[in-house]
Design a binder for this molecule. Structure first.
Ligand code: F6R
Length: 264
């Protein structure tokens, strides 16, 4: 499947095509996880040396569980994670490196050098962001990016908070107060919640050949509505996905509950 072009729009002096993304709505979060896992599995079976961009957090956990269960061959694949908190020790209980290891990396046969995530304790975040932007670039574009969406009205993808521009690349990004409030629950001591992150930029993410965005729960409904039916711009960074020709939103019914436009 791929998205249908529906309009041309002027953005920053350039005409861009706006697409109508595919939107799939499932009754339960488990079905979102199952469909997402199948999509990832089809990708790796079709192209065993695929490069993936993956998210962390609560939404993709079921997808990873099923991907692990499928026991596919990851020996030629590469994974370039979306983001990491800054500053955080990669060994910290709530770091995204640990999150990935305990949900996926420790259970698949991916060679260690084929998995990358920004270094949360790099001395200079700008240098680390510039280094990370280039990771795996010599192997070509990312084949499939899997995204979540931020809480409330953030509409973040990766950690591209409101104000992020279409042309943004991997960089240091301060976290929105809504993101800090939502993610503090992952920290044994919520006071350890970092203030910033290193994230792939919007332009970096949009270079992926195919993008799927997963959202589950009614706390994502407002952001999904804003992303799919509001204007495209930096006050809803996920809305920039509508400039990409191959994006699928995979939602459960509560996350889709505020959508008004027919999706057929
Ligand atoms: C995490 C990331 C974020 C999350 C988003 C949703 O790597 O890039 O954009 O996907 O904050 O988080 P959850 O799934 O915990 O609701």
């Amino acid at each position: 499947m791929s998205a249908v072009p529906i309009a041309e729009t002027l953005h920053g002096g350039e005409f861009l095509t706006v697409y109508k993304p595919d939107v799939l709505i499932f009754p339960t979060p488990e079905e979102v996880g199952r469909y997402a896992a199948q999509t990832v599995q089809e990708q790796i079976v079709t192209k065993p040396d695929s490069i993936f961009t993956f998210p962390t957090g609560s939404t993709p956990i079921e997808m990873y569980r099923l991907v692990v269960e499928a026991g596919l061959d990851w020996s030629r694949a590469r994974i370039k994670n979306l983001d990491q908190y800054y500053r955080i020790d990669p060994l910290h209980q709530a770091s995204y490196a640990v999150d990935m290891q305990k949900n996926l990396i420790d259970f698949i046969n991916i060679p260690p050098e084929n998995w990358a995530i920004p270094n949360g304790i790099a001395p200079d975040p700008d240098e680390e962001a510039a280094r990370y932007e280039e990771v795996f670039a010599e192997y070509g574009p990312v084949d499939m990016a899997v995204l979540g969406i931020g809480p409330g009205t953030t509409c973040h993808i990766g950690f591209n908070e409101r104000g992020s521009q279409l042309g943004s690349r991997t960089r240091y990004m301060p976290l929105d107060p809504q993101t800090r409030a939502a993610n503090a629950k992952f920290f044994d001591d919520p006071r350890d919640m970092p203030e910033g992150s290193i994230t792939q930029g919007i332009a970096t993410i949009l270079e992926a050949q195919r993008i799927i965005l997963l959202a589950i729960g009614d706390h994502k409904a407002q952001g999904i509505l804003r992303t799919l039916e509001g204007s495209i711009g930096p006050d809803a960074p996920a809305s920039f996905l509508r400039y990409h020709p191959n994006v699928t939103f995979i939602l459960d019914a509560p996350a889709a509950s505020q959508l008004t436009i027919s999706r057929n």
